[in-house]
Design a protein around this ligand. Structure first.
Ligand code: UDP
Length: 343
């Protein structure tokens, strides 16, 4: 039985990762401040006896140290995510992302633990040639544009992880997650698929930002979680960076049309200028496709779920969520809830 710590374990990816480890019979510890994660994501995990969680921030060093002592491996997923949140709260983004990672790596160095750092495809910035390879240059925009603070803060996290491996022999693995979707993802921070599905189910306008010609590849969270587990465990992954994502491309306009058709929605599809959707001068990426050769060759990673399957699973989840919302009070929290969920 492995003992794993997942920072940000009440988030979308973190809660799926926790669930998978619990299903594998492992002991799981989660620390999450519920700033973007949600207690609803972890309530179903309480049925496992080997599940433990603490509502706190990773920057509370004493708490994080205590948890790290109990575990063999740390998945550091606690971060500010979601383009909307990042553009609106740049201070929180930079501080959360950099300070949190410093704390985790420093403690891992003192205690000799293995760390997987979740990074993001945002670090590639405005690169144009796809697919993106791990060794490619990063092309970031001006510091006056808040979006790039996210890319930059995660790039610093990567530098830190690689430096801790080189200088202090902390076994670290960096994984750049491309667009990841699936049940439990919230649309609250701007993620496109839950946003479109919720709009379609409510009969509201489906808001395509820009002209909708920008393209993305969406991977199912279950495939991503398999990759995280395999990479965290593989001895040859240490000190390296891996892309993880799907290569099935779709334009955002096509995505809106597919969701509208699948949900048989009467919603209109409308376009909204980026300036209005985010803020003046916002820069988006036109295309984003990962080269996943490295993860495939090392751990056999493949994004198995098709976009159709992904959309079906999100639509099913959102339909069920619309009819049944678990109540936090009804379940009773057993840890110190320092910060309320920002619902
Ligand atoms: N997007 C959109 N409408 C929305 C939310 C997002 O058109 O309600 C667009 C967004 O501008 C981007 C793409 O969908 O081009 C993917 O956005 P998301 O925030 O999910 O991920 P990103 O790839 O930007 O990190």
């Amino acid at each position: 039985m492995k003992k794993v710590l997942i920072t940000g374990g009440a988030g979308f990816v973190g809660s799926h990762l926790a669930e998978r480890h619990l299903q594998m019979g492992d002991q799981v510890f989660v620390i999450d401040d519920l700033s973007t994660g949600s207690i609803e994501n972890i309530l179903p995990l309480k049925r496992f006896e080997t599940f433990n969680y603490v509502i706190d921030t990773v920057t509370n060093e004493a708490q994080t140290a205590e948890l790290l002592d109990l575990c063999d491996v740390v998945y550091h997923l606690a971060a500010a995510v979601g383009v909307k949140l990042i553009v609106e709260s740049p201070v929180r983004t930079i501080e959360t992302n950099i300070r949190g990672t410093e704390v985790v790596l420093d403690l891992a160095a003192k205690k000799g633990k293995r760390v997987l750092i979740a990074s993001t495809s945002e670090v590639y910035g405005k690169r144009e040639g796809v697919p993106f390879r791990e060794t490619d240059d990063l092309i970031l925009g001006a510091t006056s544009k808040a979006r790039w603070a996210y890319a930059c803060s995660k790039a610093i996290d990567e530098f830190l992880a690689l430096a801790y491996w080189k200088e202090r022999k902390v076994p670290t693995v960096v994984v750049r997650l491309f667009n990841t979707v699936g049940p439990r993802q919230t649309g609250r921070y701007g993620m496109v698929i839950p946003s479109f599905v919720q709009q379609a189910l409510k009969g509201q306008d489906i808001t395509v930002y820009g002209d909708g010609s920008q393209r993305r590849c969406f991977a199912h969270v279950a495939d991503v979680v398999e990759a995280l587990i395999a990479l965290a465990a593989h001895p040859d992954a240490v000190g390296q960076v891996f892309n993880v994502g799907s290569q099935e491309e779709v334009s955002i306009m096509q995505l809106a049309e597919r969701i509208k058709a699948k949900t048989e929605s009467k919603s209109r599809i409308v376009t909204m200028p980026y300036d209005e959707a985010y803020q003046e001068g916002f820069e988006d990426m036109l295309r984003r496709v990962p080269d996943t050769t490295k993860a495939r060759e090392l751990v056999g990673f493949r994004a198995k779920a098709t976009l159709d399957e992904i959309l079906d699973s999100v639509i099913e989840f959102e339909r069920a969520r619309g009819t049944k919302r678990p109540s936090v009070q009804a379940h009773g929290l057993r840890s110190t809830d320092r910060r309320p969920s920002p619902v």
